[in-house]
Design a protein around this ligand. Structure first.
Ligand code: NAD
Length: 494
């Protein structure tokens, strides 16, 4: 089947798409295979979704190529592409209750977080790039004394494969699809096999908004099947990926070994925060509690390593402990929930095993540390670890869960050194009321995003991406659309 009726808390029974979306039509996978999507808050199955194999990805690429050559790309104006993106954003506003309920069910997010955060922020990302679609300009270089004219054209790259993770299924969809469409590229999208429902729902809105057939095609499936097929496909011009470093590496190799397709990678992090004695400690604990416990810690920018100056360490730890203990843990369908389950049993067990390793290596579990026992789903308590050192696994490796390791430093130089002692470089933060200190330290932390006396803020206009092994390329801002264009230099003898 391409559609199924599912029970959604708060909405009752609704029919949702579960097929492949190719050429603006719902179709079945060639081999008829499916995979099961599970509700992380109950551990019960939600629905079986079509599983795309290499032949299905191939069908999607053909559709995307045909659209790129005829009804999209350089065949339509940027203003037209922008208008369609704006219409799509308006349809998201209209359907916010359904999209938020699907996202909450599938990814385990609190319903009020999905309604006031994920859905409107994703729609705003579409609007941001809608406004940029007719502003992708080249340059006029020189007229060489009237004998020659040289200029550049910024042209869309072509057919783009997009592979996204499960932690922010809709937002990652918007970050990928919006700039690609604005630039004039066509898309073969593979949502995570753990959270395909919002990306599938968006397909009907794409059609309703009036996008030509083949501009956005969606092929749910596993990484080892649909994901590999995208990264190895000879007629995909670029692959854009968000997910783990290990998978990013594989995609990079597959892209290089196939047709050397262009690659952008948004990968993991182990983001440090430095708390200096002059910081407002209450505010620092608020921000860093949000930084590690938002989305139950399943955030690539999570503030998972906090280093606090010796002189304020005990005070800060007691404030952060309070944040952990007062998190609104609960079922995603409860309006008050800000902290839901982890995405899967595997992810829960991985997080618990990191906590075990911390205990074995001598860390102190200051808050949390266990399964949250009040529901059947994949919950882990908000957890604060102290008495940590740089050699511990919990300090070195990305946990991707609600676990923060709080260490100490005594000089600014030592703090910066500890912050940079990692192969990652996605984000970092500095808390201090000394203006020259925050400016100095922000420049020294090797990461793509730095927050000064705050955490988590992202803006469509500000480029986002990783230093070191946290990635290649940038999303958002003008850099985000440039990543879907290529520059052509034109020499015209007059
Ligand atoms: P993952 O790498 O396992 O999966 C991400 C996506 O890649 C999924 O759609 C998956 O099906 C696909 N995939 C898996 N194997 C593949 C392969 N061999 N070829 C092609 N595609 C493949 O990551 P995850 O577990 O879904 O997400 C968690 C990780 O993502 C964390 O490490 C986190 O730090 C990272 N992440 C980074 C960002 C960022 O913006 N930098 C954002 C969110 C998550």
């Amino acid at each position: 089947a391409t559609h199924a009726a599912i029970e959604i808390p708060g909405l009752g029974k609704i029919t949702v798409p579960i097929g492949l979306f190719i050429n603006n039509e719902w179709v079945l996978p060639t081999k008829g295979q499916t995979f099961t999507v599970v509700d992380p808050s109950t551990a019960l199955p939600i629905v079986d979704v079509a599983h795309a194999m290499a032949e299905d990805v191939d069908r999607a690429v053909h559709a995307a190529r045909a659209a790129f050559e005829t009804t999209w790309g350089n065949n339509v104006s940027g203003a037209h592409r922008g208008n369609l993106l704006n219409k799509l954003a308006d349809l998201m506003d209209r359907d916010v209750a359904t999209i938020a309920a699907l996202e909450s069910l599938d990814a385990g997010k609190g319903i009020s977080v999905a309604t006031s955060g994920d859905v409107p922020e994703s729609a705003n990302c579409l609007r941001y790039y809608a406004g940029m679609a007719d502003k992708v300009h080249g340059q006029t270089i020189d007229q060489f004394g009237g004998k020659k004219l040289a200029y550049t054209l910024n042209q869309p790259i072509g057919v783009c494969g997009q592979i996204i993770p499960w932690n922010y299924p809709l937002m990652m969809w918007a970050w990928k699809v919006a700039p690609a469409l604005a630039a004039g590229c066509t898309v073969v999208m593979k949502p995570s096999e753990l959270t395909p429902l919002s990306a599938l729902y968006m397909c009907d809105l794409i059609k309703e908004a009036g996008f030509p057939a083949g501009v956005v095609n969606t092929v749910p499936g596993l990484g080892s099947t649909a994901g590999e097929a995208i990264s190895r496909h000879l007629d995909i011009d670029k692959v854009a990926f968000t997910g783990s470093v290990a998978t990013g590496r594989r995609i990079s190799v597959a892209a290089a070994e196939s047709n050397l397709k262009k690659v952008t990678l948004e990968l993991g992090g182990k983001s440090p925060a430095l708390v200096f004695p002059s910081a407002d400690l209450d505010q620092a604990a608020n921000w860093l509690g949000l930084g590690i416990f938002y989305n139950s810690g399943q955030d690539c920018c999570a503030s998972s390593r906090v280093y606090v100056h010796d002189s304020v360490y005990d005070k800060f730890v007691s404030l952060l402990k309070l944040k952990a203990e007062t998190c609104k843990v609960g079922l995603p369908s409860d309006e008050n929930t800000s902290f839901g389950p982890l995405i899967s049993a595997g992810q829960r067990d991985k997080v618990l095993s990191y906590i075990d390793s911390a205990r074995e290596e001598g860390a102190t579990i200051t808050a949390g540390g266990k399964r949250w026992a009040q529901a059947e789903g994949f919950f882990v308590e908000p957890t604060v670890l102290t008495d940590v050192n740089q050699n511990m696994k919990v300090v070195r490796e990305e946990i991707f869960g609600p676990v923060v390791a709080v260490g100490k430093f005594s000089t600014e130089e030592e703090g910066v050194h500890l912050a940079n002692d990692t192969p990652y470089g996605l984000a970092g933060a500095v808390f201090s009321s000394d203006a020259s200190q925050v400016t100095r330290v922000a420049a020294k932390i090797n990461a793509g995003t730095i927050w000064i006396n705050n955490y988590c803020a992202l803006s469509n206009g500000v480029p986002f991406g990783g230093f070191k092994q946290s990635g290649i390329g940038r999303e958002l801002g003008t850099a985000g659309i440039e990543a879907y264009t290529q520059i052509k230099g034109v020499h015209h003898n007059l």
